[in-house]
Design a binder for this molecule. Structure first.
Ligand SMILES: NC(=O)c1ccc[n+]([C@@H]2O[C@H](COP(=O)([O-])OP(=O)(O)OC[C@H]3O[C@@H](n4cnc5c(N)ncnc54)[C@H](OP(=O)(O)O)[C@@H]3O)[C@@H](O)[C@H]2O)c1
Length: 231
């Protein structure tokens, strides 16, 4: 069954957000691409429609309009714009929304290496989101370890998505959404504070990609089957 609500992907014109939008549009979800520029968002949506076909439920809007039209929000923006965009979006975020944060605070955001993360005062980018977002929303960390090259390629991805949140119900919604991406298994990774580990794994994966010239992802083995099942 498709999630009966639209997904707004803020920063969805970049490779990560675009790849998620593509995969969810292919799965029949309703997706709104957000951008600082409405035309750029509409162009990205059009590109996905051409790829998926005319039945794709995809549109593009400026970030604030996208945010106010959905209560499932995904942040796929570089860390340098993270806090400023959240402050801008805050009045438009609907009560009870789920904010899914895929942002990784790479040192590259401040001219450093993409193979290192920055120290974030709150512990992680996702915890920064929890501090800056309205109190009546649930923040979920996910997709940091699912690379854009894999999302934008054809076929199944060979990756697990670890989902961390202090709200188990929101975590469940996001695990269900993650499994709409062909090949993905979604695993409950516990509290939001574990997001800092997910964010650091991305820096490691980038280093592995450079060292071995590939597109790495992660698989978690050895857990009981129930850990991989999404209700
Ligand atoms: N790329 C990957 O493989 C990957 C994998 C996992 C996680 N991530 C994380 O996901 C996030 C997005 O990755 P990406 O590679 O798609 O990044 P990106 O291309 O650098 O940025 C994504 C979009 O964010 C918007 N943006 C750029 N600077 C901004 C700012 N200062 N304020 C507000 N919006 C801004 C841009 O859209 P508009 O100009 O249209 O507004 C851009 O297209 C990053 O935090 C990254 O670490 C990436």
């Amino acid at each position: 069954m498709n999630t009966p609500r639209p997904i707004a992907i803020l920063g969805g014109t970049g490779p990560e957000g675009f790849g998620l939008a593509l995969r969810w549009a292919q799965a029949g979800e309703t997706v709104i691409i957000g951008s600082r520029d409405a035309k750029r968002a509409q162009d990205a949506a059009q590109k996905i429609k051409q790829h998926v076909g005319p039945s794709a439920k995809i549109s593009g809007s400026e970030n604030i309009a996208a945010c106010s039209a959905a209560d499932l929000l995904v942040l796929t923006i570089p860390f340098e714009g993270h806090a400023a965009l959240l402050k801008q979006l805050k009045p438009a975020i609907r009560p009870g929304s789920i904010v899914i944060d895929a942002t990784v605070p790479l040192a590259a955001s401040v001219g450093g290496r993409a193979t290192r993360t920055l120290g974030v005062w709150q512990g992680s980018a996702a915890q920064q989101t929890a501090e800056l977002a309205p109190k009546d929303v649930s923040v979920v960390a996910a997709f940091q370890n699912l690379g854009a090259e894999l999302l934008n390629a054809d076929g199944s991805v060979d990756c697990d998505v670890i989902v961390c949140s202090d709200d188990p119900n929101a975590g469940q919604v996001v695990r269900s959404l993650a499994t709409k991406i062909l090949g993905v298994r979604a695993i409950d990774g516990g509290k939001l504070e574990n997001a800092r580990i997910l964010e650091q794994i991305t820096a490691l994966l980038i280093g592995l990609n450079i060292r071995h010239k590939g597109h790495s992802g992660i698989r978690i083995t050895g857990l009981p089957q129930a850990a991989y099942d999404v209700m």
